[in-house]
Design a protein around this ligand. Structure first.
Ligand SMILES: Cc1cc2nc3c(=O)[nH]c(=O)nc-3n(C[C@H](O)[C@H](O)[C@H](O)COP(=O)(O)O)c2cc1C
Length: 321
């Protein structure tokens, strides 16, 4: 997830759950140009495998060349983004726009699968809009023939963005149209959802997006429920949530420095705070924090329930330190 699944996030979730966490989507073109910021988004050798990088782009040769860079850097898999709905992506014919250019979408998968020996997968939406919601259905067998290893389907069209409900029946139809392992995605937040989507679709697995924001335990709960013989999952106590949020902060500071780390932790902490008593006020404070010390103070207080955020004056005191 762009802006979310960086190294800090991936390491935090792996401490808690064996779920596979991919990188943020990375521009194939930027990787080829050796862009320093893009390079820094790749999992470093020190990170535990599997290290799977998601690429976006629209040129098959560029995507293949970028995948070769990833394979040479020791990555364990390449995922191809054919689902991003963001205007700045689709206006370039990338992400979900590829679902309107099926020959190109297949050519990209084929070129990348031929270029590397590590597994290549595709992540897509159902199609562009309601009138073209069968794009994934038609593409799935063609991607299979092109040599990809698995397919993840978000059960929405591009036009839906994140609105409405994901169409699990449409995912089931894609699953039935291909021998590929298909991973179901969209509106899965709990073990009950995961079991329901697997029953409804016959899919090989589930992918979780938004439910994991500030809540890596969502992944732990689902992986425990779906793994035969795994110990029952137990809800983390407040102290454990606080400790995890603070470790997340520490990792962001270590990997990105204080200025960027603090700014990126703001939104993560706002997500961690969801559902806590006084969450709205704590979130406001988190989103305005100017230092790691303030973020730590919010974590300490919000998760012990020791004190509500209190007056702006109290925070003004921290901000000016
Ligand atoms: C903040 C955010 C960033 C995302 N970035 C990506 C991305 O880089 N690549 C991708 O394939 N999907 C991305 N997605 C979409 C999710 O992977 C997922 O398909 C979508 O959120 C639906 O699943 P959910 O209902 O479990 O959230 C992103 C979603 C969110 C909310």
């Amino acid at each position: 997830m762009a802006g979310v699944t960086d190294r800090a996030f991936r390491e935090i979730t792996r401490e808690i759950s064996p779920a596979l966490v991919m990188t943020e989507m990375i521009s194939a073109k930027a990787l080829l140009y050796n862009n320093a910021r893009t390079r820094a988004m790749l999992p470093p050798p020190a990170e535990a495998p599997p290290r799977i990088v998601q690429l976006f782009g629209r040129d098959a040769e560029e995507m293949a060349a970028a995948a070769q860079i990833l394979a040479a850097a020791g990555m364990d898999g390449v995922d191809l983004n054919m689902g991003c709905p963001a205007p700045k992506i689709v206006k370039n014919g990338e992400g979900a726009a590829l679902l309107r250019e099926q020959s190109r979408a297949v050519a990209i998968a084929r070129a990348v699968a031929r270029a590397v020996s590590i597994p290549v997968s595709v992540k897509c939406r159902l199609g562009w809009n309601a009138a073209e919601a069968d794009a994934a259905l038609h593409l799935a067998p063609r991607w299979e023939e092109a040599g990809i290893a698995f397919l993840t389907v978000h059960g929405r069209t591009r036009e839906q963005f994140y609105g409405g409900r994901a169409d699990w029946a449409a995912i089931a139809a894609v699953r039935a149209a291909t021998g590929l392992p298909v991973i179901a995605n969209g509106d899965i937040a709990s073990p009950e959802d995961a079991r329901a989507v697997l029953a409804a679709t016959g899919c090989a697995g589930v992918m979780i997006g938004r439910a994991a924001l500030g809540n890596p335990w969502a992944l732990a709960a689902v992986t425990a429920a779906l793994t035969p013989g795994a110990p029952a999952w137990r809800r983390p106590a407040s102290a454990e949530r606080a400790a995890t949020a603070e470790r997340h902060l520490d990792k962001l500071l270590a990997y990105k420095g204080e200025y960027i780390g603090v700014r990126e932790m703001r939104k993560h902490l706002a997500w961690y705070l969801k559902g806590r008593r006084g969450a709205a006020a704590w979130r406001t404070a988190a989103l305005q924090a100017e230092s790691a010390a303030v973020l730590r103070e919010i974590i300490r207080r919000a998760f012990t329930g020791e004190q509500e955020p209190g007056t702006p004056k109290l925070y003004a005191q921290y901000q000016s330190e």
